[in-house]
Design a protein around this ligand. Structure first.
Ligand SMILES: NC(=O)c1ccc[n+]([C@@H]2O[C@H](COP(=O)([O-])OP(=O)(O)OC[C@H]3O[C@@H](n4cnc5c(N)ncnc54)[C@H](O)[C@@H]3O)[C@@H](O)[C@H]2O)c1
Ligand SMILES: CC1=C(/C=C/C(C)=C/C=C/C(C)=C/C=C/C=C(C)/C=C/C=C(C)/C=C/C=C(\C)C=O)C(C)(C)CCC1
Length: 527
C-alpha cells in the first residue's frame, strides 16, 4: 500500500497563480465537451479505487473511522456517485425544451441550455473529509466547471490523500487541491470565483457569504443545525432507540444531520432509555471504547469543546459519560435535560452527546423544536402517521426522515441541503450537476417570421397594441374578491361543486342514484 503523503499547506504565494491557471483553462473552453468531463470523472473513479487503502488509512488516522464506515460514507459513496454521474451525464447536458410556452412562441425554439458556471471554489469539512470534498467536486466536473478544492485541515491525512489523488488523476490545468487552514482559505476568498461551495459551521459560512457578496458570487452553504428528534407516546420505543442511536454513533456523532436532541413524551421516556441501554449493549458488547466500530473525536479542541458542553449541563447522565482525552474517546452519552437553556440544547453538539427532553405532548414538542432552531438541517419524528404529518406541517427543515434518524441523508441520489440557518442550495445526484450549472434560456428567431413580428416595431399605434393584446392577453379565471370563477358550462359539469374532488363525489352519487332508479324501474316492469 502506498503511504499517505505528509500534510503540507500550499505555499501562500503560489495560490493566485494556481487559481489563475484553472480560470484560464475554463476560458479556453477545454472543460466544456461532455467527453472531456466523462474522462475526468472516470479517471477520478480509478484514482479512488486504486487508493482505497490510502483513504481507509487516512480516515482511521483522522477520525478513528472503521473500515465499514469509511467504505459506506466516503470511498464507496464517492465511487458510486461518479458511476451514477457518468451514466446520466449525456442525458443531463442536453438542451431542455422550455416549459409553459404558448404554441405560437414555439416557433422561436425556446430551450434551456446547460452552461457550466465557470471556475468554482469548494471548501470541505473534516467530519466526512472525502465525501464532503469530492461530492461537490464530482458535480463541478460533471457541469463542465474548473475547480479548486480546499479540504479541511482538521482531517490532515484525508486532505493529503485527496491532494495526491487529485494531482495524479485529474487534468492539473483544470482541477487543483489547495491544502491549508484560515490563511490559505482567506487568500482563496480574495480571488474571483463563479461559485463558492462551502461545507462547515455557520460562523465561517457567514464570513464566506459576506466575502462572496462583494463580488456577487453565488454560494452554496451546507451548514449545521440543532436537529430535533421527536418521540411521541404512540412511537415504538425499541425502534426509536435503535434508529436514533445508529444516527448518533456513526462517526462518533460528528454528523451534521444527526439529531442534536430528542424530545420524548414523558410517559415513554423510561422505556426509551431502557431500550437505548439494551441497544448500546447489542451494538458494542464489550463497550464502545473497546469496539473497533466506534470512532474518535477529531482533535483535542473539539474534544474539549464537547467536554465543556457536558460539564456545563445541568442534566442528569442516564447512560455513558466516560471519556479519555488522550485517545479522544467520548462514550455515547444520554443525558436527561429539563431546560431549553441547557448547554447541550443551546448549541449543536456535533458529537455523541444525546440530550433527551421530556415533553407533555406533541404540541409542546413542536413548540420547543421551533423555539430551539426553526430551520434545522433535519427533523426526525417517530409516531403515528397523523402525528408525523403534524410535525411536518408545523415545522421547517432542510430534510426530514419519518420514523428514522437521517435516513433521507443516506440516500446518495436524493438532493441534500439546508434551509435558513442550516444553509442554502443543495447537491447530490442530479442536484450536484444542477448546482454548478447555469440554466441559460435561449431562443432562435427565424428570418422568415419577420413580417409577423412587425407588430413590435415603432411607430406604435393603437391598432398594433390591440393586435398584440389579441395575441397575448390571458383571461383571468378569478373575480375581484380573489375567488375562482368558472363558466356556466364548467359549473354544470361540476354539478355546482367547489372542487374537482367534490365534483367526482357528486357524479358518483348521480350514477348510484341512476342505477338505483333503473333497478327499481326494472323490478316494476317485471311485476
Ligand atoms: N450541511 C452539511 O453538509 C455539513 C456537513 C458537515 C459539517 N457541517 C457543519 O459544519 C460544522 C462542523 O464543521 P467545522 O466548520 O467545524 O469544520 P472544519 O473545521 O473542517 O471547517 C470547515 C472549513 O472551513 C474552513 N475555515 C475555517 N475557518 C475559516 C475562516 N475563518 N475563513 C475561511 N474558511 C475557514 C476550514 O479550513 C475548513 O475547510 C457543524 O456545524 C456541522 O453541522 C455541515
Ligand atoms: C431493496 C430491498 C431491501 C432494502 C434494503 C435497504 C433499503 C437497505 C438500506 C440500507 C441502508 C440505508 C444502509 C445505510 C447506509 C448508510 C449510509 C450510506 C450513511 C450515509 C451517511 C452520510 C452520507 C452522512 C452524511 C453526513 C453529512 C452530509 C454531514 O455531516 C430489503 C432488504 C428490505 C428487501 C429486499 C429489497
Amino acid at each position: 500500500m502506498e503511504k499517505i503523503p505528509a500534510f503540507s499547506t500550499t505555499p501562500i504565494e503560489s495560490i493566485p497563480s494556481i487559481v489563475n491557471e484553472v480560470r484560464t483553462t475554463f476560458r479556453a473552453h477545454r472543460t466544456r465537451p461532455v467527453e472531456y468531463r466523462l474522462k475526468q470523472l472516470r479517471k477520478l473513479y480509478w484514482g479512488l479505487k486504486d487508493n482505497e487503502d490510502l483513504i481507509l488509512d487516512a480516515c482511521k488516522k483522522d477520525l478513528g473511522k472503521s473500515q465499514f464506515e469509511t467504505y459506506i460514507t466516503e470511498v464507496g459513496w464517492c465511487e458510486n456517485d461518479i458511476v451514477f454521474m457518468c451514466n446520466n451525464l449525456e442525458k443531463w447536458v442536453k438542451d431542455e425544451s422550455a416549459p409553459d410556452i404558448p404554441l405560437a412562441n414555439k416557433l422561436f425554439s425556446p430551450r434551456i441550455r446547460k452552461d457550466p458556471l465557470g471556475t468554482v471554489l469548494i471548501i470541505g469539512a473534516y467530519n466526512f473529509p472525502i465525501q464532503l470534498s469530492l461530492g461537490p467536486l464530482i458535480g463541478a466536473i460533471a457541469a463542465g466547471c474548473t475547480a479548486i478544492l480546499k479540504p479541511s485541515e482538521n482531517a490532515p491525512n484525508a486532505s493529503a490523500a485527496l491532494a495526491h489523488i487529485i494531482s495524479t488523476s485529474l487534468d492539473p490545468s483544470a482541477y487543483a487541491c489547495v491544502q491549508g487552514g484560515i490563511p490559505e482559505t482567506t487568500l482563496l476568498l480574495e480571488q474571483k470565483w463563479d461559485k463558492i461551495f462551502y461545507t462547515g459551521n455557520a460562523t465561517v459560512g457567514t464570513i464566506i457569504a459576506k466575502k462572496a457578496a462583494e463580488t456577487l458570487t453565488p454560494v452554496t452553504l451546507e451548514l449545521g443545525g440543532r436537529n430535533p428528534a421527536i418521540v411521541t407516546k404512540g412511537a415504538d420505543p425499541r425502534l426509536a432507540a435503535r434508529r436514533l442511536l445508529w444516527a448518533k454513533i456513526l462517526n462518533a456523532g460528528q454528523v451534521c444531520v444527526s439529531q442534536n436532541y430528542i424530545l420524548v413524551d414523558r410517559e415513554i421516556l423510561p422505556q426509551l432509555v431502557r431500550e437505548m441501554e439494551a441497544v448500546l449493549r447489542e451494538f458494542y458488547p464489550m463497550g464502545a471504547r473497546e469496539s473497533p466500530d466506534y470512532g474518535r473525536i477529531v482533535n483535542k479542541r473539539q474534544f474539549q469543546r464537547l467536554k465543556k458542553m457536558l460539564d456545563e449541563s445541568s442534566g442528569k447522565i442516564l447512560l455513558g459519560g466516560t471519556m479519555d482525552e488522550e485517545t479522544l474517546f467520548l462514550e455515547p452519552t444520554v443525558v436527561q435535560v429539563e431546560s431549553l437553556e441547557d448547554s447541550l440544547v443551546k448549541e449543536e453538539s456535533f458529537g455523541p452527546l444525546i440530550p433527551v427532553l421530556p415533553v407533555k405532548d406533541l404540541d409542546e414538542a413542536i413548540r420547543m423544536a421551533n423555539e430551539i432552531d426553526d430551520t434545522p438541517l433535519g427533523i426526525y419524528p417517530f409516531g403515528s402517521k397523523a402525528e408525523t404529518d403534524k410535525v411536518l406541517s408545523q415545522t421547517r427543515s432542510g430534510g426530514a426522515s419519518i420514523n428514522d434518524g437521517f435516513f433521507h441523508a443516506s440516500l446518495p441520489t436524493l438532493a441534500f441541503g439546508g434551509v435558513g440557518n442550516s444553509g442554502q442550495g443543495a447537491y447530490r445526484g442530479k442536484a450536484s450537476f444542477d448546482t454548478f450549472t447555469h440554466r441559460r434560456s435561449v431562443t432562435t428567431t427565424p428570418s422568415w417570421i419577420e413580417s409577423m413580428l412587425a407588430v413590435r416595431y415603432p411607430p406604435y399605434t393603437a391598432k398594433k397594441q390591440e393586435k398584440f393584446a389579441s395575441m397575448s392577453a390571458l383571461k383571468p379565471n378569478f373575480d375581484r374578491e380573489g375567488n375562482f370563477k368558472t363558466s356556466w358550462v364548467g359549473r354544470l359539469l361540476k354539478l355546482g361543486a367547489e372542487s374537482g374532488m367534490g365534483a367526482v363525489g357528486r357524479w358518483f352519487l348521480v350514477v348510484l342514484l341512476a342505477a338505483a332508479v333503473r333497478q327499481y324501474l326494472q323490478r316494476q316492469s317485471r311485476l
